[in-house]
Write a protein that binds this ligand. Structure first.
Ligand SMILES: Nc1nc2c(c(=O)[nH]1)N[C@H]1C(S)=C(S)[C@@H](COP(=O)(O)OP(=O)(O)OC[C@H]3O[C@@H](n4cnc5c(=O)[nH]c(N)nc54)[C@H](O)[C@@H]3O)O[C@H]1N2
Ligand SMILES: Nc1nc2c(c(=O)[nH]1)N[C@H]1C(S)=C(S)[C@@H](COP(=O)(O)OP(=O)(O)OC[C@H]3O[C@@H](n4cnc5c(=O)[nH]c(N)nc54)[C@H](O)[C@@H]3O)O[C@H]1N2
Ligand SMILES: [Mo]
Length: 810
């Protein structure tokens, strides 16, 4: 979230698209209700189904799964052609005026630099601004230059007309235009729109680009960095935000630092590419501090073994040649290349696409460890459960170990909410039986592994035997010890550079914030963005003062938000270029002549006078927000629509004559998975999977009360489709994809209607995901029996939200 849950109440228009907040985030949804009740905010829902969120919306528009880029691209086209943009914001705080390199091109759905054989953009050098000899990007403040971002973007989205939206999304043109008008009402500084999204956007082969398109709409409206605005990702598990913050992905390090690539063996080059020079005069490029964050992190992990002479132990870190994501792991396991697998708080058989492939993959393991409070589908993948898990147990040799853990309520610790707020929580009860906390299990496992390396050596034992492990009970580190370590401390005395006699932090003392981190080895911090969470003043995450002096909901003394207890990211952009709030009724910070002050922590240099013209987006080297993604994205700098890998159309309505761009040309798909994709001729309906309030994934079915309120697996189909296949509510239906089938009760509903897509009737099938063969609910099929193993080209998040099925009476 750029903003936070409470701030939603400051919005005038709320777009829920690619999510179903009333269902999946029912508690946080109260802030939407507040905005409606107390501000007269208007709620818009765009979803293939008329959801529980839609049931309380002011306006609902249907959409075909996987077509959101066409819809949002259409909104961009509308805002640009109707001139409904926040001009001062867009001119001063975005890259609209930046000139793009001459060799950047877009033709027939492909950008410059595409390698057809590798199925990816190998050379992205043309996706950049024209950089002058002074090292700064060239700009045209008049926006007339045909190569400026504004002109390129206008041309790009001119193809995304209301007619194209109706054709590709199935959204009637008038409904689409009503959504445009409602959003456009927030292009004035006195009104704010917010966007709430989740998996309806991320779980597509073009997922990252969907949310980028949403962010572009928000930038045009001047809605990023302001109260009541923002791009708000509603996160999933209670600590999934903390998971990404701590870098638990194969290419990530804590605090959104990145692991080196295989070709980045040179430490200085590694740092240099991550600490870019500013692309305009007098600009703070905040990642210039990368080395201080990185060195402090390495000191935290390896203590005295990380020093200037060994490049702070840079060689201890693995370098990556490709992503080691879930789909890749299942692929390698399926090829027999992986011996063992540890699933900690994870039920991959239920959660990962293409169950049949995953059964075969798990069957090839020598050993599988499950760390979980429950016996899960994964821990019993080898057991025959009849039609629900039809395996031959005798043929499966995988040895399975179950290590019973406690669950969240049986532990202390901090959870990071979608709002980036770290909240300390307290243990409710001891875990039952032989269960142990994850920390106790991981702690003892580490101690035993380290002892083996100490005794026997090995190829490269250094990173393991030298790992810093400073816990009072090394077999069981405490959450408090870890929290203090993530925050970090001074390793030697820190003095004021202007007055060396003045001691700022004593050796061994906790740091107060990431501004104190150094690149010379004198500080340690396990996760720089968490620096400030456990200071000399104690545990900031445990604070529970909900005092709100300005009444705008920032409550800076309630727990602690990263970074620097800032509640709204980029909040400098809430003020005009002279430092006055665009909307005084929604004031966050302002320039008082000497400093930036206000109800939130300024996201800027605290004493930087506005007249110096520094841009507010200090995490970008150009200081402004990007419409043109000059680096980073896999499939191009402007989002373009590509069809889901299983498309009911069979072609891309924007490029009907170019089969090579039907689907995301930069997506990775393994040959066997490609072969298991279905075609609309055999599987005519488009399906999507989703959640119900009454269950949490696959574990609440083990709880009696939840099992009682949602006991049996069902599938939602519209009345029209029910008539077509000859079933009535309560009948059992068989839903098949190219990869398998499930059988469940049919819920026949008015909430799903057929859509007309380019003259063709397309039916949506809605499949809730909570059932399986373990637990107290009636046994059911894992819905990932149906889904394809292809992911978003940037994140490899599987395309759970759009695939093809056939529906029959069972
Ligand atoms: N009760 C409960 N709450 C939960 C969870 C749970 O299991 N149970 N899980 C948690 C987790 S881990 C997560 S990640 C979040 C997920 O939160 P959400 O993303 O809100 O949950 P979903 O129900 O998966 O999907 C949301 C909506 O996306 C719609 N949709 C599908 N395809 C498209 C599309 O192409 N375009 C658009 N515009 N919409 C589409 C679906 O119809 C559905 O209504 O929920 C969290 N909250
Ligand atoms: N088709 C389809 N598939 C999907 C999705 C979808 O929308 N559609 N959504 C995807 C998403 S967003 C998600 S997040 C995944 C979720 O997939 P999983 O994370 O595999 O789902 P959960 O059932 O929440 O599994 C978590 C496990 O953690 C255990 N657990 C709880 N507390 C603790 C603890 O403190 N320690 C340990 N070690 N274990 C604990 C629970 O008992 C449970 O078995 O599913 C994904 N799969
Ligand atoms: Mo999730």
């Amino acid at each position: 979230m750029t903003n936070h849950w409470v701030d939603i109440r400051n919005a005038d228009v709320i777009l829920v698209m690619g999510g179903n907040a009333a269902e999946a985030h029912p508690c946080g949804f109260k802030w939407v209700t507040e905005a409606k009740a107390h501000r007269g905010a208007r709620l818009i829902v765009v979803d293939p189904r008329f959801t529980r969120t839609a049931s309380v919306a002011d306006f609902y528009a249907p959409i075909r799964t996987g077509s959101d880029i066409v819809f949002l691209g259409g909104v961009i086209n509308y805002l640009l052609t109707q001139d409904k943009i926040q001009h001062e914001y867009v001119r001063s705080y975005t890259d609209m005026s930046f000139i793009v390199r001459e060799d950047f091109a877009f033709n027939d759905g492909l950008y410059s630099g595409y390698d057809k054989d590798k199925h990816m953009y190998v050379d992205k050098s043309s996706w950049d601004y024209d950089i002058g000899e002074d090292g700064f990007a060239k700009v045209d403040p008049t926006l007339q230059d045909p190569r400026c971002v504004y002109q390129l973007m206008k041309t790009h989205y001119s193809r995304y007309t209301p007619e194209m939206v109706e054709k590709a999304c199935g959204t009637p043109k008038e409904k689409f235009l009503t959504v445009c008008e409602m959003l456009a009402s927030c292009s004035v500084p006195s009104r704010a729109a917010t966007i709430l999204y989740a998996l309806g956007w991320t779980q597509h082969s073009v997922g990252s680009e969907m949310l980028r398109t949403g962010a572009m709409v928000q930038l045009l409206l001047g809605n990023i960095g302001i109260s009541g605005g923002g791009m708000n990702a509603l996160r999933g598990h209670s600590n999934i935000q903390g998971l990404t913050d701590l870098g638990l992905l194969s290419n990530a390090l804590p605090g959104y630092m990145t692991l080196g690539l295989d070709r980045e063996q040179n430490f200085d080059d590694y740092i240099k590419t991550r600490a870019p020079q500013p692309l305009r005069p007098n600009q703070l490029s905040f990642w210039k501090n990368y080395k201080a964050f990185f060195v402090s992190f390495m000191k935290s992990w390896w203590g005295e073994h990380a020093n200037a002479d060994n490049n702070w132990a840079y060689d201890y870190l693995p370098k990556y040649d490709r992503l080691y994501d879930l789909l890749n792991t299942m692929e390698e396991m399926h090829k027999g290349k992986i011996n063992g697998y540890i699933a900690q708080g994870f039920n991959p058989l239920a959660a990962v696409s293409n169950k049949q492939k995953n059964i075969e993959a798990l069957s090839k393991l020598k050993w599988l460890v499950i760390m979980d409070p429950l016996a899960t589908e994964t821990s019993e993948f080898w057991k025959n459960y009849g039609e629900f898990n039809d395996v031959k147990s005798a043929d499966i040799q995988t040895e399975v170990f179950r290590l019973p853990t406690t669950c969240f309520a049986e532990e202390f610790g901090s959870l990071v909410s979608s709002s980036r707020v770290l909240q300390w929580h307290w243990q409710g009860a001891d875990g039952p039986g032989e269960s142990r906390s994850d920390l106790a299990i991981m702690g003892e496992l580490f101690m035993r592994i380290r002892a083996m390396y100490q005794k026997d050596g090995g190829k490269f034992p250094d990173p393991i035997v030298n790992l810093s492990w400073p816990y009072a009970n090394p077999n069981s580190p405490t959450p408090e010890e870890l929290a203090r370590e993530f925050n970090g401390k001074a390793l030697t005395e820190l003095t004021d550079p202007k007055d060396p006699a003045k001691v700022l932090v004593k050796a061994g003392e906790q740091l107060s914030g990431f501004g104190q981190l150094k690149d010379d080895g004198s500080t340690a911090s396990g996760c720089w963005i968490f620096c400030g969470a456990w200071t000399p003043a104690g545990n900031q995450m445990g604070r529970r003062d909900n005092n709100d002096p300005t009444g705008n909901g920032q409550t800076l003394n309630w727990a602690w938000a990263w970074p620097a207890n800032r509640r709204i990211l980029y909040n400098r952009a809430s003020c005009d270029t002279s430092g006055k709030p665009f909307d005084p009724t929604r004031k966050l910070i302002a320039w008082n002549g000497k400093a930036w002050t206000g109800s939130d922590t300024p996201d800027y240099k605290a004493d930087e006078p506005p007249e110096n013209g520094m841009g507010p987006f200090i995490m970008n080297a150009e200081g402004v927000a990007r419409f043109f993604a000059r680096d980073g994205m896999a499939e191009g700098p402007f989002p373009e629509h590509y069809e889901p890998f299983e498309t009911p159309l069979g072609y891309n309505p924007l490029h009907p004559d170019h089969a090579e761009v039907t689907n995301n040309p930069a997506a990775r798909i393994f040959p066997d998975d490609k072969a298991s994709l279905g075609k609309a001729a055999d599987y005519p309906h488009t399906a999507t999977t989703y959640r119900l309030t009454e269950h949490f994934h696959y574990w609440t079915k083990h709880a009696r009360l939840n099992a009682i309120i949602q006991p049996e697996q069902f599938v939602e189909i519209g009345e029209d489709l029910a008539k077509e296949v000859g079933v009535v509510a309560g009948d059992r239906i068989k839903v098949s994809s190219k990869r398998g089938h499930i059988i469940a009760v049919a819920v026949v509903t008015k909430r799903i209607k057929p859509l007309m897509i380019d003259g063709k009737k397309v039916q949506t099938v809605g499949i809730p995901l909570h059932w399986g063969f373990k637990g107290l609910t009636k046994p059911g099929y894992l819905v990932n029996t149906l889904t394809p193993a292809v992911g978003d080209a940037n994140t490899q998040t599987p395309e759970f939200k759009s695939f093809l099925v056939k529906v029959e009476k069972a």
